[in-house]
Write a protein that binds this ligand. Sequence first.
Ligand SMILES: Cc1cc2nc3c(=O)[nH]c(=O)nc-3n(C[C@H](O)[C@H](O)[C@H](O)COP(=O)(O)O)c2cc1C
Length: 338
Amino acid sequence: MNTRELPVVPDRRTVESAVALACRAPSLHNSQPWRWVMGTTLRLYSDPDRLLPATDGFGRQMVISCGAALNHLEYAFTANRWRPVIERLPRSSDRQLLSTVGFVPAPTPTDFVARMAAAIERRRTERLPLDAPSAWTETLEQLVRIIAGTGVELEDLGERSRPALEDASRRMTGLRHDDPTYQAELRWWSGRGLFPDGVPEQARPSDSQQHSVHLSREFPPGRASTPDGSPSEDRAAILLLSTSTDSRLDWLRSGEALSAVLLACTDRRLATCPVTHLTERAATRTMLRELSSGDGMPQVLIRVGAGTGVGEPSPTPRRPLSEVLVRERPAPGNLSGE
Ligand SMILES: Cc1cc2nc3c(=O)[nH]c(=O)nc-3n(C[C@H](O)[C@H](O)[C@H](O)COP(=O)(O)O)c2cc1C
């Protein structure tokens, strides 16, 4: 290959720092079910060894988590003057391949992109009660604008839906108490103090605060608790992301939309928590569909509100880059690799 025809790729350090930021994305139980391979393009694969079969048998949330990482990656590169050219679900015999990412040099990022990228390291999942978000109408308009064109619908379910959602959440929690496989999986992903994955105890509500948020997945008690004077009752807005169908592309796109919503809220100093237990059973998913004004397939609920900021949880751990990013060896005679 003539050197002039070589594909343009960012240097190693740029790739590594963008992938490290992408891996700050939220994932189901912090399972981090992704793998990246850097060759002439960067490829994103889901990692079936990190599927949670009792919670997410079809791998829907595994793909949503990867979609969130893909969107984080997009902001990380764009903020660093590379425009990623994303192909979703390219033809491949490997079902785990979710995306290839090519690169085009880009101009200085807009203020919006720089702020979204800066929000990556500040974002956390907040499971304690939140106050109602301020400037909500304006925020909601921005969130709808940000995900326009992705095929993912965003709706504020409003206060009118809270009693039904909280009631369904309580019933779902009760049902799951009788599901030993689900409980074993939850414990496995919640008690991994020495591992760089799972939901650590500082991110899980303490025993006394376990049930202060009624619309929440129940985790084994942890150490997170609200400081004095902070809201004791949850007044978070409740958003629903849904898609017209329920394909793998819809899941990937839902993850991308989830990421963009979380980052935009973080940029606005709002606290967020994805909530998905009600999407994991057909009956509760149907209920979500009925609460929605649309007819889409519910993918993720998101609580958004004002946190106190005091006692903010420290970042949850991530696996080392060496475990998730591989550099492909160039084929003999191919000069484009390293
Ligand atoms: C697809 C998906 C589903 C999730 N479901 C829940 C949930 O039901 N309840 C919850 O508290 N957090 C949920 N989360 C948040 C993860 O637990 C969280 O992202 C992970 O523990 C990493 O922590 P961080 O977001 O603070 O970085 C979900 C995240 C994703 C991407």
